[in-house]
Design a protein. Structure first.
Lengths: 572, 198, 289
């Protein structure tokens, strides 16, 4: 087994041909790119699906090709792809794979072969997922939440085959994720270079590491729920299927519990959203500190907050089930635990602001995205308090308020961090620099545009406009202005989608024609910027592993010659 | 240093600069990875256990006590359990053996007994099918088949790993395999206890 | 600089949006003003946080922007500041949670004198059942359903004979009287939601769920399904008519009871209905409550 602590290149797998270098690669950097490209590709599919949804919501009846059944299929696939196949895969499989070994001074992950397998399994899971579009009946239209009995009953799109491809794909994804997660966790624990104590690691690593631990403990719940639903669907068992009619005929199953599925799903589902959020929290801390030339304020509290949020995230799940019909007394407990989790989250927000305060702020594109993250995350986090507060949730659940909240905290804030992170690490990964003007235009349209999309949605939800409705119809309490709002939201969405092309043009063009970048253009102290080659070569560090003497945040240290001191610089 | 002390370290202070040439002492990556995997599989089986109780309790609460029919325990169930125990014993002998040859032979015996267990489980399934305990008849059966299937998949994975490790002749890996086998025995005891007591 | 201006403008714009947008809660038509108050408390505290934190950020971006000669201040941590911030945050959180939990405590405690009404959901319509003069809903279940017995009442249960059935019609309720709405689904998950009442609860096939409320305003309100239940989810609508007790009683007098339906059913349909009931033995005193 490759324990990359040793000061030699022996344990690494050395590729010999183009195929083993770029296709069947065991190099974490190549695997990271593979994950990222696949995740972004499937994410673009989900983006197109959301454009179709917005066309229907903004202009109902104008597009006869969008009917209730395919509308619900778009909704369901958009949600599942974005949460699992884009955000989780990109943040952990993409950023985790790339950054962890470089930030802790390792040559690669500790189980490189298993790491490679994890990517190919992930790709398989994406292929099986997409197969859902081609099976009879199309993909599932049960919502990303896949609740039984509807998910496998008549009346819901894809209830025969689409749901099966979805569940099988998820089971494969869980296997892939487990392989990856084992790598990320074990590598952080075992392969840190000399002097790299846990508390000298950058917060990016802490966020990804904690998220990986959480994923390893949470994904089994999804796996189990998926297997049990497959059994209910194909083997006639009744884990979740109660006695029910189905379009007029009584089914023979008896006594199963739809609520059991919901508990299992949300036991996974809630930690899942923090699995997406924590890497974003960690990464944005690094973006802010580098570009404000100031150590992240309160590093210890930031680490503890990440760990505490991770732990608490396992005891809040039933806030997704306040009106599910579960024992009503559970509401007291879960509302309390949910609002408690807001406290370490708020500390993180304060510390990001306190890092900017008294800093030396360079408003480069990555910093702009980090600032936009803070603004939108404050909004999204606060709206979560409404939903977590059990009785306040009652009128708001299943309305557009929920849709607005989770898009702000999952779709907007982490995606802004992902953009910022790609701009930030692009010179390290590619050795080239991107175009600043294009970056700024991309930033402004994206930031202002997504806020314009989701701010009004909160108010539609407070009014009572329900979610997952193909059309609102003639409803007394819904005024004409709501239809106007939906039109404007859809137009804003289409503009934001179109603006993303600027990002892709910039990234791809700069890859071939961008100016060569300085190996450490931002003057960052963390280890990944101190590699002997840029982009880092196979093995990362050359013949000798680095030795670390300080934490990752020595910026603007009084008396120092420059405004940063790399982690590898010995103390005088 | 305890984990709490490590997390309270003020890493910006020079005092946190411990000897960069820290002595080895870290457990191997393989054993850490295996422990993490135990957590994953442990969570999975625990959730199934929780689901089992919830489903069973639901029946009783709804007055459908007849929906849940406990399955009988034929001798084969006990024979298989004994086989798995013997398999673990053999693996343990292999793990503790200092001579490479003896270690390999004991491990091979462990793997062979593991294979016997798997075959025995398959026979057990056929026995239940023949006796009319079908998967979809009632939830007790469904949980039985599901739990034994998932456990069986882990045994199969363990056999594949054992074949690789025996061919590779790495003593550290052989020891890890033995610990994995004990974990599977532990899970089996919990499953069997769950099924027999309800 | 533009970013600082943008942040400040977005804060002001968001506040303006809140004050001037036409979209806010529907006028309350039930006793659940405590839910509205809890939302208002949450809103005030969150708005204060949103405004203060973001304006602080905008100011910081201007004050500490990079310029020649400017250097950042080195300060790894300030434990006492962090402790104080944690403390005040916890106070704010508790301030929000308290009214929320208080309202929830009332939500889960059904008053003794609440009347009972059952709402039955199916793909994709609502039906209703009243307990009739005996005040007890008869036993019911999916297994009893026949075309003549769409709500699945047990024909052998005497308590069900006087139940009034409203299949795919409007729900009527007397104003000012607390009512426990008992919920049953014939097929998949649904949710009974009337925005003006604020209260809602999922319908779960296989169990009976409930919520309670007191309608306080006469009028006709839309019932929406609030749990995705298939392609007709957006069309699963109903109406609830809240009226004076006199008008309510008059309306009730016009509804058919299950007993009447049994009496009027043709013999063939009746025998199918009764065959379903022989599926198991139901004690005469079993009812849903």
């Amino acid at each position: 087994m490759a324990t990359t602590l040793a000061d030699d290149l022996r344990p690494l797998h050395h590729p010999h041909s183009w195929v083993t270098k770029y296709v069947w690669s065991q190099d974490h950097k190549v695997i990271a790119i593979q994950y990222s490209v696949t995740a972004i590709a499937i994410g673009l599919v989900a983006l197109v699906l959301s454009a179709l949804m917005r066309l229907q919501l903004g202009f109902p009846g104008v597009f006869p090709a969008i009917q209730p059944d395919n509308y619900l299929q778009f909704v369901s696939m958009h949600g599942m792809i974005m949460v699992v196949y884009l955000l989780t895969a990109l943040l952990l499989g993409g950023f985790g794979n790339y950054l962890i070994p470089l930030m802790i001074g390792a040559r690669d992950m500790v189980f490189p072969f298993v790491n490679m397998l994890s990517y190919w399994l992930y790709l398989l899971s994406v292929i099986v997922l997409v197969a859902g579009f081609f099976v009879p009946g199309g993909p599932t239209g049960a919502g990303w939440t896949l609740y039984p009995p509807q998910a496998i009953s008549e009346g819901t799109p894809g209830h025969q085959w689409g749901i099966a491809t979805m569940l099988v794909s998820l089971a494969i994804f869980v296997a892939a994720f487990t392989m990856g997660g084992l790598n990320y966790v074990t590598t952080v624990l075992q392969a840190r270079t000399k002097g790299m104590t846990l508390m000298r690691m950058p917060l990016s690593v802490w966020g990804i590491f904690t998220a990986s631990v959480m994923g390893l403990l949470a994904f089994p719940a999804l796996f189990v729920a998926a297997i049990m639903m497959l059994f209910d669907h194909f083997a006639g068992t009744s884990f979740f299927m109660p006695t029910m009619q189905s379009m007029g005929a009584v089914t023979s199953t008896e006594g199963g519990s739809p609520l059991l599925f919901q508990h299992l799903f949300w036991f996974f589902g809630h930690p899942e959203v923090y699995i997406v959020a924590l890497p974003a929290f960690g990464i944005v801390s690094d973006l802010i500190s580098v570009h404000a030339r100031r150590n992240i304020f309160g590093y210890r509290m930031m680490v503890w907050a990440i760990v505490i949020i991770g732990a608490l995230s396992f005891i809040v799940w039933a806030h997704h089930m306040y009106v599910s019909g579960m024992n009503p007394y559970f509401g007291f407990f879960f509302a309390t635990s949910t609002l408690i989790i807001a406290i370490p989250t708020a500390i993180k927000v304060y510390n990001w602001l306190l890092t900017l305060w008294r800093g030396d702020i360079h408003l480069r594109v990555p910093m702009l995205f980090a600032i936009a993250f803070i603004f939108t995350f404050i909004h999204g986090g606060l709206s979560g308090l409404f939903l977590g507060n059990v009785s306040v949730d009652v009128p708001l659940s299943d309305t557009f308020f929920v849709v607005a909240h989770f898009h702000m905290v999952m779709g907007v804030s982490p995606v802004l961090v992902i953009f910022g992170a790609i701009y930030h690490w692009y010179p390290k990964i590619t050795g080239r620099m991107w175009n600043e003007t294009l970056g700024k235009i991309h930033f402004w349209i994206t930031f202002l545009g997504v806020y314009a999309i989701f701010l009004p949605m909160h108010y539609l939800g407070i009014l009572g406009v329900p979610r997952r409705y193909y059309a609102l119809g003639e409803t007394a309490f819904i005024p004409q202005s709501v239809h106007m709002a939906n039109e404007w939201i859809s137009i804003a969405a289409l503009v934001v989608f179109a603006a993303q092309s600027l990002f892709f043009i910039n990234m791809i063009w700069s890859l071939f024609r961008g100016p060569k970048a300085d190996p450490n253009p931002w003057g960052a102290a963390s280890l990944e910027w101190q590699t002997p080659q840029t982009p880092p070569a196979h093995g990362n560090w050359g013949p000798k592993l680095p030795v670390v003497y300080r934490w990752a945040y020595d910026y603007s240290v009084p008396g120092a010659p420059r405004d940063f001191i790399p982690q590898t610089e010995p103390r005088a | 240093m305890t984990i709490l002390a490590r997390l309270a370290e003020k890493s910006w202070e020079p005092a946190s600069d411990r000897d960069p040439h820290e002595p080895g002492g870290r457990p191997s990556a393989g054993s850490v990875g295996l422990t993490v995997y135990f957590a994953v599989a442990g969570v999975m089986f625990s959730l199934l256990g929780a689901a089992y109780f919830m489903r069973m309790g639901l029946h009783a609460a709804m007055g459908h006590a007849d929906d849940w029919v406990s399955m009988p325990d034929p001798p084969l169930l006990w024979i298989n359990s004994a086989t798995l125990i013997a398999s673990s014993l053999a693996w343990e002998i292999g793990r503790r053996a200092s001579a490479e040859g003896r270690a390999a032979r004991a491990s091979l015996a462990g793997a062979a007994l593991g294979l016997c267990f798997l075959i025995g489980q398959w026979l057990l399934w056929r026995h239940y099918q023949a006796a009319g305990f079908y998967l979809s008849s009632n939830p007790a059966n469904a949980f039985f088949y599901l739990l034994t299937a998932l456990h069986g998949v882990h045994i199969l994975g363990g056999l594949i790993a054992a074949a690789w490790v025996l061919a590779e002749r790495n003593p550290a890996h052989l020891r890890l395999c033995a610990i994995y086998w004990h974990f599977l025995l532990f899970i089996w005891i919990l499953i069997a206890a769950l099924l027999l007591s309800t | 600089m533009p970013i600082a201006v943008a942040i400040a403008m977005l804060v002001l714009g968001s506040v303006a949006f809140h004050l001037f947008s036409p979209w806010w809660r529907t006028p309350l038509a039930s006793n659940w003003g405590s839910i509205d108050s809890a939302l208002d408390v949450t809103l005030w505290i969150c708005a204060a946080a949103f405004i203060l934190l973001n304006l602080f950020m905008a100011w910081t971006l201007v004050r500490y922007r990079h310029r020649a000669g400017h250097r950042a201040h080195y300060e790894p941590e300030n434990s006492s500041l962090e402790m104080r911030l944690t403390f005040w945050t916890a106070i704010g959180i508790a301030g929000m949670l308290a009214p929320g939990l208080a309202a929830w405590g009332r939500y889960v405690s059904v008053p003794q004198d609440a009347a009972i009404v059952e709402a039955v959901g199916q793909q994709w319509q609502w039906s209703f059942r009243y307990p009739g003069p005996d005040g007890v809903l008869g036993a019911a279940g999916v297994k009893y359903i026949t075309p003549d017995n769409p709500l699945g009442l047990d024909p052998l249960d005497p308590f069900g004979r006087d139940d009034l059935l409203v299949e795919a019609g409007d729900l009527h309720l007397p104003v000012g009287k607390p009512v426990k709405v008992v919920l049953r689904s014939k097929d998949v998950l649904h949710d009974f939601y009337v925005p003006e009442f604020r209260a809602k609860m999922d319908l779960v096939p296989g169990i009976v769920t409930y919520f309670w409320m007191t309608p306080t305003k006469a009028g006709t309100f839309d019932i929406l399904c609030a749990e995705l239940c298939g392609t007709g989810h957006h069309e699963m609508r109903g109406k609830v008519v809240v009226e004076s007790p006199k008008a309510f009683a008059a309306w009730q007098a016009q509804q058919s009871s299950f007993g009447q339906i049994l009496a009027e059913a043709p013999p063939a349909a009746l025998s199918i209905l009764l065959i379903k009931a022989n599926a198991c033995i139901v004690p005469a005193t079993w009812s849903i409550r």
